[in-house]
Design a protein around this ligand. Structure first.
Ligand code: ZN
Ligand code: ZN
Length: 276
């Protein structure tokens, strides 16, 4: 099982200290399966740069609707255009997303592609939406793995948002999406082999976790420590603080496991921890 960092940055760029970072997206591969976690702006270019064709992805799990995590319309449109150019038919594409995204998708699509609301030509991917109920936990089987979503607090409580946990025979991967400190994120990462966690709140601004729903590096470390996480991968930081400052703030929480500030194109092997 491995994890490819396609986007470790935020929804803005051209910021000193934040070179060459795309908005959040991560590809997890195990056995013959792969899931793209978050479908952010430009993610197909990152997949191409890693030698992966974006049209081959069959599973996408989206954490919440904000555009730095969810550019699904652009992605689907690009898949169909590629199919048109290379004369291939669309394949099924499973999309796991909070109910809010699934409900709003037809209207959002219509805003972009008003001339083709139903996508019936054979170049279009066949969309299989899996709406995650707006409750604490949901679960779906994907091949040999189990994908769980956990409701988390984000967008001042006005944005349906989930964290994910993927249990595979090769290890446990957890992904925060955007979140404050809440029971959902603490359950999602419990004893994970690798926990990809946002750290977008400014160091010391602890109130963000409860007011809007972002974590400081310290809070990410505190959650990972409580969950006995083996490896913590931070992402979604602004560049206002140095990597050294971020790591030091995270360590101040008492988290003792492996710790990395991720960069685009990083690849991590996920291995089962002896804790499990
Ligand atoms: Zn967000
Ligand atoms: Zn975000």
């Amino acid at each position: 099982m491995d994890l490819i960092v396609l986007g470790s940055g935020i929804g803005a760029s051209h910021i000193e200290g934040l070179p060459n970072r795309f908005p959040p997206a991560f590809l997890v591969r195990w056995a013959n399966q792969a899931i793209l976690f978050d479908c952010s702006e430009g993610v197909r270019f990152r997949l191409e740069q890693m030698g992966i064709c974006y049209a081959d992805i069959r599973h996408i799990a989206i954490s919440h609707a904000h555009p730095d995590h969810n550019a699904l319309v652009n992605y689907i449109h690009a898949v169909a255009l590629r199919n048109h150019v290379v004369e291939e038919q669309g394949s099924s594409l499973n999309i796991y997303a909070p109910q809010q995204i699934v409900q709003d998708f037809p209207a959002v699509w219509n805003g972009y592609v008003p001339d083709n609301p139903t996508r019936e030509e054979d170049i279009w991917p066949i969309l299989q939406f899996h709406a995650l109920p707006n409750q604490s936990v949901s679960s779906v089987e994907i091949g040999s793995a189990k994908l769980q979503s956990f409701k988390v607090f984000h967008g001042a409580g006005k944005c349906n948002a989930v964290a994910y946990r993927l249990d595979t025979p090769e290890g446990v991967f957890s992904y925060s999406g955007d979140t404050g400190d809440c029971t959902g994120i603490r359950a999602a990462c419990f004893r994970a082999d690798i926990f990809v966690c946002e750290a977008s709140a400014k160091i010391g601004s602890f109130d963000s976790a409860l007011a809007y729903g972002h974590l400081t590096p310290y809070q990410a470390g505190d959650i990972a420590k409580a969950g006995n996480v083996s490896k913590l991968i931070l992402f979604h930081y602004t560049g206002l603080e140095t990597e050294e400052q971020i790591l030091a703030d995270c360590r101040a929480s008492g988290y003792k496991g492996e710790l990395v500030c991720s960069q685009d194109f990083d690849i991590f092997k996920v291995e089962k921890s002896c804790l499990l």
